[in-house]
Design a protein around this ligand. Structure first.
Ligand SMILES: NC(=O)c1ccc[n+]([C@@H]2O[C@H](COP(=O)([O-])OP(=O)(O)OC[C@H]3O[C@@H](n4cnc5c(N)ncnc54)[C@H](O)[C@@H]3O)[C@@H](O)[C@H]2O)c1
Length: 242
């Protein structure tokens, strides 16, 4: 049973589709009611089993309710994919506390909140895989993205901390660091010809990533093939950080 938080579209959706296609029971949690319903319909149309839950990870009670509901119905959560994330470019001197708090609350505190609700159930069964969506920005600072960069560095350290602390209890915790992937989130960058001219040269694979490029590595980290993988940040960036 896999919970994909932030799976209504983009990378999370590709992961949800992949996991369901591989036979996992999948629940998608997301705050975007419309996209959630659309993705649920699309997946059902492809014969893929999925359940959807509206949940804003910035709301502790909604997170608790989502996890409690899944446990009631499914009895367990084997895999948590924490994919929900936001970001907005702004020169440092134009950032404000609202941007900082929104980014941190969604990307980092949201990851903490969901993991905090899920992990006790994994500990009970001495079994579970935590996969957090970090970024190349967890490692490589990008100008004009201070809150985003810091949130993603935090997500990686959260994954590592849980790897150390929960490893002895049968749980594995890892992060994925996508490069530039074609989604709604990256649209402003993809639509900026000057940015793209510079950026494409930085990717040895010679192309921008697609959400499906992340789904395979995510499915691997969720699988028993990754039982001895713990505490890594797996970059999936076409070699951008090589
Ligand atoms: N697209 C990229 O280039 C890229 C690169 C590196 C990392 N990432 C990370 O991958 C993850 C997915 O990004 P994406 O590109 O697919 O973006 P996206 O905007 O297509 O999807 C993000 C999803 O998260 C959901 N979400 C946002 N805030 C939420 C909240 N408060 N509660 C619940 N759900 C919420 C959105 O509704 C959306 O469905 C993010 O964490 C992002 O930081 C993306």
């Amino acid at each position: 049973m896999a919970l994909v938080v932030g799976g209504a579209q983009g990378i999370g959706k590709a992961i949800a589709v992949r996991l369901a296609d591989e036979g996992a029971r999948v629940v998608i949690g997301d705050m975007d009611r419309r996209m959630l319903a659309q993705t649920g319909r699309e997946m059902a149309g492809q014969g893929l089993e999925v359940r959807t839950v509206v949940c804003d990870v910035r709301k502790p009670r909604q997170v608790e309710r989502m996890v409690a509901g899944i446990i009631r119905l499914e009895k367990k959560i084997d895999v948590l994919m924490y994919v929900a994330g936001v970001g907005r470019e702004a020169p440092f001197t134009e950032t404000d506390e609202r941007l900082w708090d929104w980014t941190m609350d969604t990307n980092l505190k949201g990851a903490y909140r969901v993991a905090r609700a899920v992990v006790p159930h994994m500990i009970k069964r001495r079994h579970g895989k935590l996969i957090f969506m970090a970024s190349t920005n967890s490692w490589d600072a990008e100008a004009k993205l201070a809150p985003y960069n810091v949130s993603k560095a935090g997500v990686f350290l959260l994954a590592k901390t849980l790897a150390r602390e929960l490893g002895p209890r049968g749980i594995r915790s890892n992060a994925i660091g996508p490069g530039l992937i074609r989604t709604r989130l990256s649209r402003p960058m993809l639509n900026d010809p000057e940015f793209m001219r510079k950026y494409e040269h930085l990717i040895p694979a010679g192309r921008i990533g697609e959400p499906e490029d992340i789904a395979g590595p995510a499915a691997f980290l969720a699988s028993s093939d990754a039982d001895y993988v713990n505490g890594v940040l797996l970059f999936v960036d076409g070699g951008q950080l090589a």
